[in-house]
Write a protein that binds this ligand. Structure first.
Ligand SMILES: Cc1cc2nc3c(=O)[nH]c(=O)nc-3n(C[C@H](O)[C@H](O)[C@H](O)COP(=O)(O)O)c2cc1C
Length: 177
């Protein structure tokens, strides 16, 4: 089990997610809709062990998808170091978010969750978006992962490893890249 690599990976994720503009602050989140994968970028708000928090609008397609099918994948890519981290797990949707969490978000960012019309609604011009004051559509997604696929592109040998969480213990191996 490549333990040092796992510890390093978690350290880099923890630091990156909390660092503004770091590549790990953003990830590609995949849901499954009628057996078809759909991906989109999200901001990763927090990580705690194998649990990652994402904020969204409860009217988005991804929320509909995750309510029907909790399977999810989150892809991180550090383009400066050519490191890829694929996480596999499931998402739980929390729509009744308390006002304390809402108050931790900047006013500018709060606007993203308060459009009058639901995200995805057709409009004539990008300016045609009005905002509400309340946070009724603000929604928290919790992604819990139990599988990690890590790949680092480097010479002379690429490094790839696979990890899985079983009975609360991570186990894993190097694998062929
Ligand atoms: C850099 C970047 C960060 C984003 N962060 C978020 C986010 O944190 N939450 C979110 O719901 N959408 C975020 N989006 C928008 C989503 O990618 C997506 O367009 C939107 O959530 C609607 O997705 P859906 O219709 O597939 O649910 C972000 C987009 C970009 C380009």
């Amino acid at each position: 089990m490549p333990k040092k690599l796992l510890v390093k990976l978690f350290n880099e994720l923890n630091t990156g997610i909390k660092t503004p503009k770091h590549p790990y602050r953003y990830a590609c989140l995949a849901s499954v809709s009628e057996q078809i994968p759909i991906q989109r970028m999200v901001v990763v708000r927090n990580i705690n062990d194998n649990s990652i928090t994402i904020y969204t609008d409860s009217r988005t397609k991804k929320v509909t998808d995750f309510i029907k099918n909790t399977n999810a994948s989150l892809l991180f890519y550090n383009y400066e170091q050519m490191k890829q981290i694929q996480l596999k797990g499931s998402i739980s949707v929390e729509t009744n978010v308390n006002s304390e969490l809402w108050d931790t978000i900047s006013e500018k960012a709060q606007r993203d969750y308060t459009t009058n019309l639901a995200p995805g609604t057709e409009i004539n011009h990008p300016k045609d978006v009005a905002y509400q004051k309340e946070y009724i559509h603000f929604c928290k997604l919790t992604f819990t992962f139990s599988k990690i696929d890590y790949l680092e592109i480097k010479r002379p040998n690429h490094i790839r490893a696979s990890f899985r969480l079983e009975n609360n213990v991570w186990d894993g191996n190097f694998i062929v890249p």
